[in-house]
Design a protein around this ligand. Structure first.
Ligand code: SF4
Ligand code: SF4
Length: 295
């Protein structure tokens, strides 16, 4: 019979930092017969690359979860499946160890917000043994507003989080970045030029123990992203995940970063993007060329 200890051991073998088992509620989108949801977390250290360190961690966690499903079936004879439709934030809100910051991110004591999460469902019932061992939540949100002060776009307000003001939301939307945010891309520490913004996470005292890592390995340079060859796209998909390997979205972000680079030698690469079939790519390239020519 599968135990929580087995789950913890397999999770650790696969590079997960922790595993939490809870029962599905009526509102969780799980298949019939799933009696335990396993929330797996994988911690990461922040970097300073063009892509936030969250993304390679998230991709590695995705593949590790697939591997775990196979192991649970082969080694333990358990029926296991990915719970892709279950909302991680909703599950975290039911596990005492997790807190939620004003930036809506989940936090774990001692880890902060820098972790990725995956969900697996199994037909065995193995939750219920760990309610007592959770440490108390750490987030001092009630008396703190550092993330609100730090956010460059005012996305975190007294009355809550406004998604439409968040840089990360715009990076993933495929639509033109609001003009007033464009100069922040690639120029503000914590805004990653191609993908990710973690300004609010850097400001949070719950993340202070994490510190900053040494320079993240950066496989691609800005010039690579402005060309976005098939090889670069394939490499991006392998490293950061297929969901994020959208050529036009990357080109659009690269164009903004080039506009902020102060490097006029990038103008010829930007000019090649003016005829893009993507209005967002073409618009960002126009903006970038204008900005570089002004300097
Ligand atoms: S991710 Fe960036 S833009 Fe979004 S809330 Fe945090 S600091 Fe603000
Ligand atoms: S910076 Fe302060 S208010 Fe914001 S999430 Fe962290 S503890 Fe909460």
């Amino acid at each position: 019979m599968l135990t929580k200890k087995d789950i913890d051991q397999i999770a650790a073998e696969l590079g997960f930092s922790a595993a939490y088992c809870i029962a599905p509620s009526e509102t969780d989108a799980v298949s019939e017969g799933i009696r335990t949801m396993i929330l797996l977390t994988r911690n990461y250290m922040p970097g300073n690359g063009l892509v936030d360190a969250f993304y390679p961690c998230s991709n590695a966690a995705y593949h590790a979860a697939s591997h775990m499903i196979r192991i649970l079936k082969e080694r333990c004879g358990a029926h296991a499946e990915r719970l892709g439709a279950v909302k991680v934030k909703s599950v975290c809100s039911r596990i005492p160890a997790f807190g939620q910051g004003k930036n809506t991110l989940n936090y774990l004591p001692g880890t902060g917000s820098r972790f990725c999460a995956e969900m697996i469902g199994i037909t065995e019932e193995i939750y219920g043994e760990e309610g007592e061992c959770f440490p108390p939540k750490l987030l001092p949100c009630d008396s703190c507003s550092r993330c609100r002060t730090a956010c460059p776009t005012g996305a975190i307000t007294e009355h809550g989080f406004i998604k439409e003001r968040c840089i990360r939301f715009h990076m993933l939307s495929g639509k033109p970045m609001p003009e007033e945010y464009r100069e922040l891309i690639g120029t503000l520490p914590g805004v990653h030029a191609i993908l990710g913004c973690e300004v609010c996470q850097r400001a949070c005292p719950a993340n202070s123990e994490n510190g900053l890592s040494s320079e993240e390995e950066a496989p691609y340079k800005l010039g690579d992203y402005l060309v976005m060859s098939d090889d670069t796209l394939a490499g991006f998909a392998e490293r950061y995940g297929r969901n994020y390997a959208n050529r036009n979205r990357i080109l659009a972000q690269a164009a903004l970063a080039a506009g902020n680079s102060g490097d006029p030698s990038l103008i010829p690469l930007l000019e090649r993007l003016l005829d893009s079939s993507s209005e967002t790519v073409a618009e960002h390239a126009r903006w970038a060329i204008g900005r570089l020519k002004q300097e």
